[in-house]
Design a binder for this molecule. Structure first.
Ligand code: SDX
Length: 436
């Protein structure tokens, strides 16, 4: 970051001395006012719950222009990456800053492929769960449990160790997600196959059984690979910020990523794809498109607590570019599977059309986000609804670990320790219980 020739002056109406604050510029996007010395100089904190106006870090990985609806991974537009690259190239780009050449891609893919197996002991963690456990409950446990196998072989101050931890996490997430799925349906786990692509291997571990050959559909393989790319990273979203804050204590990468999995589960975040599919299914049950108007009235009624899941975003005040690409992928997969008339897809498109013409949504700049169509295409691929967020976590692990390694690789990083505006009781003495 570079010092701007501008600066901020904070003055107080009570006569307290004003304070000059430096302004820094990034390469693109909003400048920042550096408030790191504010408390020392004024004895005051800033107040920004939800971090609506707060940059928590400097990063060179992902840039979002919310007004334009633009998403760049290391400068490359998501539309170009989703069309011209695959997820392995995207992982390489996020981790190392550049798209790989053919040799680098082959080496990176081989490295990931050779780390897809998990320790045989991992399977015994699953036995503690009920068969109907939510896959994200299982994933939160399994990812944290990975640290039991590697925390003493991962010195996070060692760049090579940070790199191998990244490879292990990217490589093992599909295996763990497929194990979580197989466990809930009572089928045997399928081991990774090194002759398959990253997405093909995931499909095989998910849907193959020891009883017969499973042939990976190239269309589903390509669709899933694109879904991974679309979910790979997204600046300082809630789960990435969780991973950074967790990792800032110096904990091992597996524990920090487990924290990200837990945060992503929430319906306001990565859990929205599952919530959106359930919302569409409920509307379909009530009568489908004919009931959309009634449903929208509930959404606009603040007291209903009903939200249009898959819509709205803290940063995008325009169409989420990932939603457009996801809708295209939806059309491709449904056409390939002869499901062009999928009622949920038609319902989703009707909902989108009505919302984008309704002042409630237009005035609040609410557009479809990445979660609006992702459930429909995952469902068409055969992925069960409760597993959608686990698939999101699988893909986002590449962004999480790239962001974590970027933070730890910065010699200036400190443990994150926000302060507060205290509104509780002032000091008071404990009274003996008999007198309370
Ligand atoms: C992801 O941060 C990221 O980058 C996340 C993500 C990533 O890749 O990491 O993009 C992935 O999490 C996408 C978002 C998935 N979540 C959902 O689809 C859940 C539904 N969306 C909302 O919960 C909401 O839009 C959020 C949480 C996504 C954003 O919330 P904000 O930024 O805090 O906005 P807000 O709640 O203050 O909303 C502003 C207004 C409010 O109305 P008013 O108080 O102004 O009258 O818009 C309304 C909200 O009630 N609103 C919605 C709505 N989203 C916002 N009303 C109905 N339906 C919605 N979906």
């Amino acid at each position: 970051m570079k010092l701007a020739d501008n600066k901020a002056t904070l003055s107080f109406s009570n006569g307290s001395p004003s304070v000059d604050l430096p302004v820094y510029q990034g390469n693109v996007g909003p400048d920042v006012v550096d408030i790191r010395k504010l408390y020392a100089q004024t004895g005051m904190f800033t107040y920004d719950p939800g971090f609506l106006s707060t940059a928590s870090c400097q990063s060179a990985i992902t840039y979002i222009d919310g007004d334009k609806g633009e998403l760049l991974y290391r400068g490359y537009p998501i539309e170009q990456l989703a069309t011209n690259c695959d997820f392995m190239e995207t992982c390489h780009l996020l981790l190392y800053g550049e798209l790989p050449n053919p040799t680098q891609k082959a080496d990176f893919t081989k490295l990931v492929t050779n780390h897809t197996m998990v320790n045989e002991q991992m399977q015994f963690f699953l036995r503690g769960f009920r068969r109907d456990a939510h896959p994200m409950a299982i994933m939160t446990g399994l990812v944290g449990a990975l640290s039991a196998f590697y925390h003493d072989s991962t010195d996070i101050t060692n760049p090579q160790h940070r790199e191998i931890a990244a490879i292990r996490l990217i490589a093992k997430m599909p295996t763990l997600v497929a194990m979580a799925y197989k466990y809930t349906i009572g089928q045997p786990y399928m081991y990774p196959k090194n002759n398959l692509s990253y997405a093909g291997n995931f499909l095989h571990m998910m849907f193959a059984t020891p009883c017969e050959e499973y042939v990976v559909s190239p269309v589903l393989e390509r669709a899933l690979d694109r879904i991974f790319t679309l979910h790979a990273d997204h600046e300082q979203n809630a789960s990435t910020s969780t991973v950074r804050l967790c990792g800032s204590s110096g904990t091992n990468p597996f524990a920090a990523i487990a924290a990200g999995v837990a945060c992503l589960w929430g319906p306001a975040h990565g859990g929205a794809n599952e919530a959106c599919l359930n919302m569409l299914t409920d509307i379909q049950k009530m009568g489908g498109v004919a009931k959309v108007g009634e449903f929208m009235e509930k959404v606009k009624d603040k007291n209903s607590g009903v939200k249009l899941m898959g819509f709205g975003h803290r940063v995008y005040k325009n169409y989420d570019p990932r939603a457009k690409l996801m809708q295209e992928t939806c059309k491709e997969v449904l056409a390939e599977l002869g499901l062009e008339n999928d009622p949920l897809f038609k319902l989703a498109m009707a909902l989108e059309k009505i919302a984008l013409e309704d002042d409630y949504f237009v005035s609040r700049k609410l557009y479809p986000n990445v979660d609006f169509y992702s459930g429909i295409v995952q469902r068409a691929i055969g992925i069960p609804t409760p597993l959608f967020t686990a698939v999101f976590a699988l893909a986002r692990t590449s962004g999480w670990i790239a962001q974590l390694n970027e933070m730890i690789g910065d010699p200036e990083y400190k443990i994150g320790r926000p302060r507060q505006l205290f509104t509780g009781s002032e000091k008071r003495d404990v009274k003996p219980i008999a007198t309370r």
